[in-house]
Design a protein around this ligand. Structure first.
Ligand code: NAP
Ligand code: ZN
Length: 345
């Protein structure tokens, strides 16, 4: 066992604080990673505050990890010391599960989350707000050399969470895609959908981030606080990706879909939201969900970002600013992802 240093939530009502814990010695198929940058996802906040009711403490959050390989097990062939690598939202899945072959392992019950989860032997997993992590080779991603390291960390969750549904629902030339909420996930959706060739609209609460949205690749930008938006855009979109972390009236957004359009839920609010049959039936509309992406798809996304020079817009912070950063994320006051410089731990 090696000691690791990090920041943990010890209870749902307390701020994160310095925390020391054990990481396993590398097994044959493990990669040891010195964590350089760790993104702050809104899911970290939901879980650190037990908003989904499934939290275990103490919890070291963080599933947007960029680091350097410092050691590898004897059986590791894909990575070597010095490689730039990433780790996303999960670190293991059902062994021998057929869904690994069809690249959908993120949807299987045996999934082991990067934190707030348990290894097969019952050991709790701890995430990226820490100095190092030990991960099975098959769950480690390669980061393209041309991408700035710190701004790549958020691709490991925010990037793949948008990339996967954009690919699955065929975003590309001739498709009208709306990104609902321009936060950490949403701003990545704008960049990725634009790079795929779709016509991109941002639906944000106000126009305060309009200039940024257009710069990042949006073709149109509307404020959802303005009731006129819902009249002007009725029946417009093939696909709406909802990244909103709070309860909103999904029925109103279903009205913006074309016939056969789909509203995909990515944000996971604390409480249920009712959907009326009349929002779906006249228009053969769908409401769907999507969760991150498989390891293969995550590597595809990183390679796509490498080719198109896509990274996250970030604010780099010190480790001891994490609690303040959480408050700012909740107030939608982040442009557009906080990333912790782990050298400040
Ligand atoms: P974030 O940076 O806080 O972005 C959420 C955005 O939603 C905000 O920037 C804001 O955009 C909008 N918003 C917030 N409160 C709102 C309200 N009351 N009404 C309307 N819009 C509101 O969070 P994130 O890290 O992108 O995560 C977003 C959600 O996705 C979270 O619930 C997170 O847990 C979830 N998530 C899901 C997956 C998955 O696999 N499905 C992966 C990662 C995260 P504007 O300021 O533009 O209005
Ligand atoms: Zn996340």
């Amino acid at each position: 066992m090696a000691m690791a240093r990090g920041y943990a939530a010890t209870d749902a009502s307390k701020p994160l604080e310095p925390f020391t814990f054990e990481r396993r010695e590398p097994r044959e198929d493990d990669v040891v990673i010195s964590i350089k940058y760790s993104g702050i996802c809104h899911s970290d906040i939901h879980q650190a505050r037990n908003e989904w009711g499934n939290s275990t403490f103490p919890m070291v959050p963080g599933h947007e990890i960029a680091g350097i390989v410092t050691a590898v097990g004897s059986g590791v062939s894909k990575f070597k010391v010095g490689d730039r690598v990433g780790v996303g939202c999960f670190v293991d899945s059902c062994v021998g599960c057929a869904s690994r072959d069809i690249d959908l392992e993120q949807y299987q019950p045996g999934l082991v989350g990067t934190y707030n989860s348990f290894e097969a032997d019952g050991t709790p997993t701890q995430g990226g707000y820490s100095d190092h992590i030990v991960v099975k080779e098959g769950y480690v991603l390669s980061i393209p050399e041309n991408l700035p390291f710190e701004a790549t960390a958020p691709l490991l969750c925010a990037g793949i969470t948008l990339y996967s549904p954009l690919r699955n629902w065929g975003a590309g030339p001739g498709k009208k895609v709306a990104i609902l909420g321009m936060g950490g996930l949403g701003h990545m959706g704008v960049k990725l959908a634009h790079a795929m060739g779709a016509d991109v609209t941002v639906l944000s609460q106000s126009l305060s981030k309009k200039e940024d949205g257009l710069k990042l690749g949006a073709d149109h930008y509307y404020a959802t606080a303005d009731a006129e938006t819902f009249k002007a855009l009725a029946g417009t979109f093939d696909l709406i990706l909802c990244t909103v972390s709070a309860e909103i009236d999904w029925n109103a957004y279903l009205g913006l879909l074309k016939v056969d359009g789909t509203l995909v839920l990515l944000g996971i609010p604390e409480n249920p939201v009712p959907v009326h049959a009349f929002s779906l039936v006249p228009g053969r509309k769908s409401i769907a969900g999507s969760m991150i992406g498989s390891i293969k798809e995550t590597q595809d996304m990183l390679d796509f970002c490498g080719e198109h020079n896509i990274v996250s817009e970030i604010e780099l912070i010190r480790m001891d600013q994490v609690n303040e950063a959480y408050e700012r994320v909740i107030k939608s006051d982040v442009r557009y992802r906080f990333v912790i410089d782990m050298a400040t731990l």
